[in-house]
Write a protein of this length. Structure first.
Length: 613
């Protein structure tokens, strides 16, 4: 008797689930259809049009990078409403692609450089931009720069312009390079903090602030030589671009005062007199000059122009539906950390996974590893290098393209490549290793706090609250020495050198790309295009695409990003001036991020602290 009600219940349950499922599908279709209509409506009038004879305004802001830091998709949408964000990032590859596209585009005859919000780039990256600008000029087109003022990095890019305009109340700031650090030895002693340092390498000065009150003579020697190499490259490039004497780029204080007195203390007039700029103008005078050059825009209040971001959106290539043989490009940018890391940092697991992905992709015939890193964890560096070797064993050549820096751990992951390119100003080498930690037994003792107990071995009793056993210290130092021997042995094997040859140029010393080629640490000077061409040659492929292999957003992240992207254009412009608290918070975050890399399971680090020029 109970079977029939149960059967009826199941039938009605099935009917209800079917109806409810159909209801959800219909509601979802209506909901997402409504969103799609809104997106279409918002973007219908936003078609990007490039007018004939337009000026491409290369309004670069923030930092020029090989790979952007990971940003939450929703946060990324809101960041799009910030125009010329000095705290933002812009991809070097995007800048080069835009300039190269404009070179071939008959609608673009002029590039206007606006770099007032550019904060960092690295001379190697800015030189790559300059090379692209030179090709643009070689096509019979012109480049002009305009700014209220020019800082050193900004001026380097501006120097590639045919004409540099400066606001008549502005200035050009050229000072050269320096390397100064804070030293904590005396402070740590006053605080009774015991610092235990283990290192190999005369020039491995990462730990010097914790064991000295000043820079050692070897560190000064190495830093001075490195700064001289980089600055000579800067000066020679600017001198050629501006057709001026190198001695007229940075004036010593006495000469600066003399020249300044000649123009009654006017910094803008000084810049004009020294031929750093070509003309002093107001904003309105520059606008009128550009109107005369390219014509007036449709609204009548400026010259015909298109911004960097709009032009990039207009000319970016449509992905090919038919995949061809390709050279894979993998970016290793940032500190080398263990585990899985987001874009903008190198992870022992995550970067290895990208290399593995390239290995099992039948269409990827060779790989270019773009390295822009000061190093970090020795363990994570080795995991990545092992994947480089696996790629080579799979018959896929690996070519390294060094960006602004590829030092210490950055060099470790590069050493086993088939071929290594660097730029003249790449910071590389720093072949050395160190370990460091602090104990606080004396600090605690001053406060009447003492640590005591029992353990089954000396190792089990190691603690930041207790003094370090001398024998334990000796064991750690031996591990570090072994790590250094492994490093120089690796370099000797991969670069076909003797241990003695490597040891002489190692010791933690940082070299410029130019010197690294002379010393045999790098094969050739060249940019990423040179590396791609070399990889194709080694793989024996003539027709190929390039394929950036990177961490992908999840389906949900892509949906959210696309859904909100159109609406971002209607958000109010955010201020480019960060509040004081926001600035302090970002500084604090950067400190935390730097210290977060010190989590190597063996306590050993391949890190170049002297790589911020």
């Amino acid at each position: 008797m109970s079977a029939k009600p149960s059967l009826i219940k199941r039938i009605f349950t099935l009917i209800w689930k079917t109806i409810n499922g159909i209801r959800k599908i219909i509601l979802n279709l209506i909901f997402f259809g409504f969103i799609a209509i809104i997106i279409v409506a918002l973007s219908a009038d936003d078609e990007i049009v490039v007018e004939d004879q337009s000026a491409l305004v290369l309004n670069l802001a923030g930092s020029i990078v090989d790979q952007k830091r990971h940003v939450d998709p929703i946060e990324a949408v809101f960041k799009q409403s910030k125009s010329n964000d000095p705290e933002g990032e812009v991809l070097l590859s995007d800048i080069i692609y835009v300039i190269n596209s404009a070179t071939q585009d008959p609608r673009i005859q002029v590039i206007v450089l606006q770099v007032g919000n550019l904060r960092a780039g690295g001379i190697s990256k800015m030189t790559a931009i300059g090379d692209a600008l030179n090709e643009f000029k070689a096509a019979g087109k012109s480049v002009v720069a305009f700014g209220n003022s020019y800082e050193q990095n900004q001026y380097f890019i501006a120097s590639y312009a045919d004409s540099i305009y400066l606001n008549n109340k502005g200035a050009v700031s050229l000072e050269g390079l320096s390397s100064y650090r804070l030293f904590y030895k005396s402070a740590l002693e006053k605080l009774n903090i015991s610092t235990h340092v283990f290192r190999v390498g005369t020039f491995k000065s990462a730990v010097e602030p914790f064991i000295r009150d000043d820079m050692s003579a070897p560190a000064k020697e190495a830093s001075s030589a490195l700064l001289t190499d980089i600055w000579q490259n800067y000066e020679s490039t600017v001198a050629v671009n501006r057709n001026i004497d190198q001695n007229d780029i940075v004036l010593n204080p006495q000469r600066f005062l003399t020249e300044l007195d000649k123009v009654s203390g006017d910094s803008a007039q000084l810049a004009l007199k020294m031929k750093w700029v070509d003309e002093l103008v107001s904003d309105e005078a520059f606008r009128l000059a550009m109107v005369e050059k390219v014509g007036q825009d449709t609204e009548g209040d400026s010259f015909k122009q298109i911004s960097f971001s709009d032009y990039h959106a207009a000319v970016q290539p449509i992905p090919s539906l038919i995949e061809k043989d390709s050279v894979g490009i993998i970016v290793a940018k940032g500190n080398i950390l263990n585990g899985k890391q987001q874009a903008g940092q190198i992870g022992g697991e995550s970067t290895s996974a990208l290399l593995k992905k390239a290995r099992f992709d039948d269409k990827v015939k060779a790989v270019v590893l773009r390295v822009d890193s000061p190093g970090g964890s020795a363990f994570a560096s080795e995991k990545i290098r092992q994947e480089v070797i696996a790629l080579k064993e799979a018959g896929k050549p690996v070519v390294v393209s060094m960006g602004s820096l590829a030092a210490s751990g950055g060099y470790w992951i590069s050493a086993s490549a088939d071929y290594i390119y660097a730029t003249p100003t790449t910071l590389t080498g720093s072949i050395g290793i160190f370990g460091m930690f602090a104990t606080f037994e004396n600090v605690l003792s001053n406060w009447g706090i003492n640590s005591d107990g029992v353990s089954t071995s000396e190792w089990a009793g190691i603690s930041a609250t207790r003094a370090l056993d001398p024998n334990v210290s000796a064991v750690i130092q031996r591990h570090v020495e072994h790590g250094y021997h492994e490093f120089i042995s690796l370099v000797a094997k991969e670069r076909d050198m003797t241990l003695e040859q490597v040891d002489r140029i190692a010791q933690g010393r940082v070299w410029s790309g130019t010197r690294a080629v002379e010393l045999g640490l790098v094969d050739e000077l060249g940019d990423i295009d040179s590396a791609v061409a070399k990889a194709a040659t080694l793989a024996e492929i003539e027709k190929f695409d390039t394929k950036v292999i990177q961490q992908e957003l999840t389906t949900e992240e892509i949906f959210v990003q696309k859904m909100l992207a159109s609406a971002s254009a209607y958000l109010p412009q955010a201020s480019t001036q960060s509040p004081i608290l926001e600035q302090l918070f970002s500084q604090w975050i950067s400190v935390v991020e730097e210290f977060s890399m010190f989590e190597d399971p063996n306590g050993m680090y391949l890190y170049c602290e002297n790589c911020n020029y």
